[in-house]
Design a binder for this molecule. Structure first.
Ligand SMILES: C[S@@+](CC[C@H](N)C(=O)[O-])C[C@H]1O[C@@H](n2cnc3c(N)ncnc32)[C@H](O)[C@@H]1O
Length: 192
């Protein structure tokens, strides 16, 4: 059957591919990506499947129930064991701690472009776009081991992130005037 899509679920795009490619390269230097990894907003599951293929023990969440069902089916199809949970950001995982947190967040402000609420949820990050990512970073320390990293897709269209994080930038690509990059945000320094 191969990798399935669903019209109510975010279809993997350049940002998803950039994140997967960066994780595949970074895993040699960051063993946390082979540890217990949480993916927030899994969509079709493409990033969770990539992480599991790299050897991580993956838990993945999404608020969209159709995304959770689709990602679960895509993982089964590839014989990958991944825990999928439906719910808002960290809520479904309680107090569990992870070695890394990975997310390709929604980051655009609201628009009239999407008449499907689930597709709007996949791209709109709050009143000014950045609120989803801010909420993620404010809450991440509770569910992240102190040495762990938050791996985020960051767009030049997104607003400011909360202070207090050390940021390491990985691959950057330009898509139709928008710069996309992947960053690892941490509370501590790791030298490679
Ligand atoms: C840009 S898509 C990324 C999908 C997939 N990870 C990828 O890279 O192709 C963002 C995802 O976040 C999910 N999402 C949006 N708000 C959420 C929330 N509050 N809690 C959990 N997931 C959320 C959306 O349903 C969507 O699947």
């Amino acid at each position: 059957m191969g990798f399935q899509l669903d019209r109510r679920v975010y279809e993997p795009a350049e940002d998803s591919q950039l994140l997967c490619a960066t994780l595949e390269k970074a895993v040699a230097h960051f063993p946390e990506l082979r540890g217990c990894v949480l993916e927030l907003g899994t969509g079709s599951g493409i990033v969770a499947l990539t992480l599991a293929s790299l050897g991580a023990t993956v838990t993945a969440t999404d608020l969209n129930p159709y995304a959770v069902a689709l990602a679960r089916s895509n993982a089964q199809e590839q014989d990958l064991t991944i825990e999928f949970l439906q719910g808002d950001l960290f809520k479904p995982i309680g107090g569990r701690k992870f070695d890394a947190i990975v997310c390709n967040p929604p980051y655009l402000p609201p628009s009239d472009d999407y008449d499907d609420r689930w597709l709007a949820l996949a791209v709109e990050g709050g009143p000014s776009g950045i609120e989803f990512t801010q909420r993620l970073l404010i809450n991440a320390p509770r569910n992240l081991h102190p040495e762990g990293g938050v791996w985020l897709v960051i767009s030049s269209l997104a607003g400011d992130l909360p202070a207090g994080w050390e940021r390491k930038r990985f691959d950057t690509q330009n898509f139709e005037g928008e710069n996309l990059c992947v960053e690892r945000l941490s509370r501590s320094t790791i030298n490679i």
